[in-house]
Design a protein around this ligand. Sequence first.
Ligand code: NAP
Length: 510
Amino acid sequence: MTAQHEAVIIGAGFGGMGAAIQLDRLGIRDYVILDREAGLGGTWHVNRYPGLAVDIASVTYSYSFEPNPNWSRLFAPGEELKRYAEHVATKYDLRRRMRFGTTVTSARWDETAQRWLVTVDGGEPLSARYLFTATGFLSQPKTPDIPGMDTFAGKIIHSADWDDSYSLDGKRAAIIGTGATAVQLIPELAAKVKELTVYQRTPIWVVPKVDTPIPRPVRRLFARFPGVQRAARLVNSAALETLSTVGVLHYRQARLAAKGAELLARAHLFAQVRDAETRRKLTPGYSFGCKRPTFSNSYFRTFNQPHVRLRTSSIELIRPHGITTADGTTTDIDLLVLATGFDLWETNFPAVEIVGRDGRDLGKWWRDTRFQAYEGVTMPRFPNLVSLNSPYSYTGLSYFWTIEAQMKHIARLFGEMRRRGATTFEVTEQANADFLARMTRRLEDSVFYRGNCATARSYYFNPHGEASLLRPVPVVTGNRDARRFPLDDYAFTGSATTTPADPRSRVGTQ
Ligand code: NAP
């Protein structure tokens, strides 16, 4: 039996829920949301490590149409994000359409039926006219391939699979990784364990976090006058947008301003770390913005504590009771924490096998040609597919800006389909090629190509060496394009349609 639906959404995080809310608004109610996890919220369901918090202020890191007056701090802790996701799912009646513990293995376009056939691990396949993938960017945890890892006799915990039942008290712990996760985790670990050794391969730029509890009267004010919270969101968003536009996208024109962020991070480090050698080790050798920077008031100062060590010599071997580095030092440990991040490009683009028209395999096509997606959401020969976590989709610093721009794109696209009485859409090869050329040109000004990113090891770069993760436009431009993209960039077919052009006749990147 193949269950038939109007749409299947893969992923019950904020991206998938945004798509679902938009479908309801469009009157498309027959959809299911599939998620491999046991609960909703995506990242905020999976990540539960000590110290987890958002590092984009919560007034901005939330749906603009669903403000939450109850954030306890400017930067809410992880469990509040999870609660917010639960609230959104309930309020927008999404839960009854969600199916958990359902891992999608592949999706294939059936040209005859003009539908997607979605297969799931150990379950019946589903058929849908429209497919939305909202599988996130950071959803495939990366375990490093270090010799001897399988011989380790102590406890190993990945940050994305935290074991709350394991007591940290009195342990000799090591942590591998110094990304945004480790920056939040390290001060928390240091407060509990007996010894902490931090293995750093690449230092991270860290700037101060201006965080504070939100007093109850302010929360009441937000609840009573949502306009006040909207104004706070606007101010915070404008500041973030200036930071990313100046520091990242227009590095060529504003190199000095971008250097300001670097200076701030250096001053922060100088103010917090006493030992000059430790400061030197913690100072990145690449330009600010090449790799995702982060915010913390407690990370640097943790390295002043006598039981915390920073090791920068590369890890050679993991032994049953310790770690040996290239300089010959072996450190005995009971606990190994992997804050080693996520596999983006190898396993996440796309996260499941997707085969479109004429047998085009999305992952293979991206790898054989270039990573590309029109407006960060659609690809030629993938009819009726909206791929929310695609190259050039992430716009601005808050993920919610990306989600809401994509919701606008969906509204315009599906609105036009309805106007034409169409049932199938597909972006043209030409529109996709033009978009890719525009993004490539825009990146020329960015820190990725104008700054010094050689040593950053940044996941912003794909395996071809192109910085194709972020969309190199300001958020206002991304929103404007989502509202106004030329409708004949798509071919629409189906009953009673007026098809502007046959995508098969267009030229483009193959
Ligand atoms: P990450 O930024 O990819 O950092 C992974 C760390 O592990 C890096 O320091 C990396 O070193 C190191 N590493 C990986 N493999 C290694 C190996 N084989 N040997 C030695 N070191 C190794 O991952 P993350 O810290 O989990 O953060 C991922 C993203 O999640 C962030 O960039 C951010 O977007 C998001 N995040 C957000 C928040 C928030 O508050 N909103 C909090 C946490 C995370 P190299 O740099 O040398 O590769």
